[in-house]
Design a protein around this ligand. Structure first.
Ligand code: ZN
Ligand code: ZN
Ligand code: ZN
Length: 463
């Protein structure tokens, strides 16, 4: 918890002029063997507010690109008479749970940067009566997580309510600044209970006195007849430091809300609507088309030119022994094979000799996931041997820099000709297909080498 390491600072000036500007992968403690059933207790200093006093936090976002994820938020405890006012221009919706004596509350928001500057964010705690305030892990910055990156191209609908999952979604890759100016005038320490998540291994705040005042974990047993939750790990938590076991009433899920959303709910929820499937198909087709035009020939033709007398599909089928690489089901007829890009199409990797042979069902489950999100360690190794893609690239595929340079060298053609094609000018759900494509390309550029991190939207506006 290095965000605002209040516990270790001396009394008087704990909150005074705290200005923080660091790069931090994750501010949260984590434990590699987390089962979700562990907890620990930290102490957070609280300061007294007299009636009428205001405690204010100002957050400054770091420099960022359109398409980056921006988040802010944190946990706090205050008297329930405290009024909390958040001013965050540009963030349409957010999370704010009411203050409650003896329990922690939370606030925060999340959005995809649209290129407009983000003014400072102000969080004011106004004491309507004599009150107190303590804050924990307040931060802001550029958020990055493989699930969010995946969702942005593969299932954008999942990102629509991310503001509801703050602050637990805020995996900060680049920190903004947190500025608090206040003199602590007493030494009161408040306990904060932190519970492990069995997926991300972070320790995140929970409430013990009112378990229904949920923070980053939802309850396990809610119905009267099921309480107290007698499930090990859910209703019984073990203190990581002392071994003491506590019994909860409602209990909490093993996964934090973020992990539950992406690792438990989303994979079982393959009921993508026909509209989403269609949008997906259109996006993939347009990316394939763009690559074909940038490389000036189709993958099949390019392969024939490179290896005269040979066919891409046949060679891949034979190389994978006429079996689905993932589930090993035999594919006796080559026409039943599905060619997978191996490295994501969204990162502008065309179909080539590194393609993977999959059956229809594995191909539709893999979609545009990167190999590391879909295959086991053993499979990745096997795939590396068959495709010759280095293992570290398979594990962390960056964008296809060659295609990016081709694109950047043809910007006039891209905006003036390609994006003007009738199928790219189609509008669905109020969104122009070309705009969706530009958005997806922007995300790819943001991950590319510094010299090619161009602002496409800026380019559109200049034209
Ligand atoms: Zn988690
Ligand atoms: Zn239970
Ligand atoms: Zn398969």
């Amino acid at each position: 918890m290095d965000a605002l390491n209040l516990g270790k600072l001396p009394g008087k000036t704990q909150y005074a002029g705290r200005r923080r500007s660091t790069t931090r992968r994750s501010g949260f403690n984590s434990h590699p063997d987390s089962t979700g059933g562990e907890f620990k207790v930290d102490q957070v200093p609280a300061l007294r507010l007299k009636k009428g006093e205001v405690f204010e936090i100002t957050l400054y976002m770091p420099g960022h690109m359109p398409g980056d994820f921006l988040g802010f938020g944190g946990w706090f405890q205050a008297d329930q008479s405290t009024e909390v006012v958040i001013s965050a221009p540009g963030f349409k919706k957010g999370t704010l749970t009411a203050p409650e004596n003896g329990n922690w509350s939370k606030f925060g928001s999340f959005k995809v940067a649209d290129g407009a500057p983000v003014p400072p964010i102000h969080i004011k705690f106004i004491a309507n009566e004599d009150s107190y305030i303590a804050i924990y892990e307040v931060g802001c910055g550029i958020v990055s997580h493989k699930h969010l990156e995946w969702a942005s191209t593969e299932s954008p609908v999942l990102l629509k309510n991310m503001h509801d999952f703050c602050p637990e979604t805020n995996f900060f890759a680049v920190d903004g600044e947190v500025v608090i100016d206040y003199e602590v005038d007493n030494e009161t320490q408040l306990d904060i209970f932190l519970k492990s998540c069995n997926r991300c291994a972070r320790f995140l705040p929970i409430n013990i006195s009112n378990e229904r005042h949920i923070l980053s974990f939802t309850n396990h047993c809610v119905a009267d007849h099921r309480r107290p939750c007698s499930h090990g790990g859910f209703g019984k938590l073990k203190n990581l430091d002392t071994g003491e076991v506590i019994q909860l009433d409602y209990g909490y899920q093993l996964e934090c809300r973020f992990c539950k959303k992406f690792e438990v709910n989303a994979p079982h929820n393959c009921q993508r609507t026909p509209d989403q499937m269609k949008e997906d198909g259109t996006r993939r087709r347009n990316l394939e088309l763009l690559l074909t035009e940038l490389y000036e020939e189709s993958p099949q033709l390019r392969y024939r030119h490179k290896y005269p007398g040979r066919e891409l599909a046949t060679d891949i089928w034979l190389k994978f022994d006429r079996k689905c690489f993932n589930c090993k089901v035999p594919i006796p007829d080559q026409r039943d094979m599905h060619l997978d890009h191996t490295r994501p199409l969204a990162l502008l990797w065309p179909l080539d000799e590194t393609a993977t042979c999959l059956c229809g069902s594995c191909n539709s489950r893999k979609r545009d996931r990167s190999p590391v999100e879909f295959y086991t360690e053993k499979q990745l190794h096997e795939l590396h041997v068959i495709t010759n893609i280095p293992l570290d690239v398979l594990k962390n595929p960056g964008p296809n820099q060659e295609a990016i340079y081709k694109l950047l060298n043809s910007m006039d053609w891209f905006f003036g000709v390609f994006c003007q094609k009738p199928e790219l000018q189609k509008v669905r759900d109020g969104k122009r297909t070309a705009d969706l494509l530009i958005k997806s390309l922007q995300k790819t550029l943001n991950k590319s080498l510094p010299e090619s991190r161009v602002n496409l939207l800026g380019y559109v506006n200049r034209r």
